[in-house]
Design a protein around this ligand. Structure first.
Ligand SMILES: *[C@@H]1O[C@H](CO)[C@@H](O)[C@H](O)[C@H]1NC(C)=O
Length: 243
């Protein structure tokens, strides 16, 4: 009875294309979340960031190594930095900050965020570093095109003609490649900027790469790849049956 029911379900209601539609919808949602990261202080938004930079709150982690010429730099910069605890998070279109552990303040307009800060809260201009990173290095447009292509793929799976599904394979493949480039770009740029920032600040600031943003990016790539493989085999099997 159960087997019959499951077969009944899988044959009439849950068609392969419904699975592909679900995969595409989820990957579009993940990409949208990634693009919207930091754009509001609501809920999980401040946790979706590419890179964060912040002051160590008075603790100085002295840089060590054979190439350190001026070991006093950490102490000198530590004096300038003082006890501030400001943390800045950078998303694709916006920046979040908080001057003490607590609520986040997020805006697409970093100028308006800067107007709320005093000089002692951001002594070596981390907000400016963050804004420069966002403006000059972060590149959201591949991801936007990928999301648009996934949506076109979604629309093409809906109707019946198999030809459109072949087109869908191509479009979803392109979308997956764009997401892959975007995620690699995002990861490389964030790690590079994080390493340079901590060393240049001689251990007075911390940096981190956003794990949630990484997961969102890699998951949407994975889902798109699954869709491409799935639709490809679906089209191939249908062609075998009819031909
Ligand atoms: C950003 O905020 C500043 C100050 O609040 C304002 O002068 C500027 O026009 C804003 N920029 C945009 C693009 O909204």
């Amino acid at each position: 009875m159960t087997i019959l029911k499951v077969e009944f379900l899988s044959l009439t209601f849950v068609r392969p294309r419904h699975v592909f539609l679900l995969l595409l919808i989820v990957s579009i949602i993940l990409m949208s979340l990634l693009l919207a990261g930091c754009s509001s202080s609501f809920s999980v938004m401040p946790r979706i960031y590419l890179l964060n930079v912040g002051y160590n709150g008075g603790t100085v982690y002295q840089v060590t190594g054979d190439t350190v010429v001026n070991p006093d730099a950490s102490v000198l910069l530590g004096d300038i930095v003082g006890q501030t605890q400001l943390e800045v998070r950078i998303g694709y279109f916006a920046v979040c900050l908080r001057s003490a552990p607590g609520a986040w303040l997020c805006s697409q307009n970093a100028t308006s965020l800067a107007q709320n800060l005093y000089a002692y809260e951001d002594p070596i201009n981390l907000l400016h570093v963050a804004q420069t990173f966002r403006e000059k290095i972060v590149f959201p447009y591949l991801l936007i095109i990928a999301a648009a292509l996934s949506f076109i793929g979604f629309v093409l799976i809906l109707p019946y003609p198999p030809l459109l599904k072949t087109v869908c394979v191509g479009i979803c493949f392109l979308s997956a490649i764009l997401v892959l480039i975007s995620v690699l770009w995002q990861h490389t740029a964030s790690v590079a900027a994080a390493t340079v920032a901590t060393n240049l600040a001689n251990g007075t600031v911390f940096t981190g790469v956003g794990i949630t943003a990484m997961i969102l990016g890699w998951f949407s790539f994975g889902l798109l790849t699954l869709t491409v493989i799935g639709v490809y085999f679906f089209v191939a099997i249908n062609a075998l049956h009819s031909g």
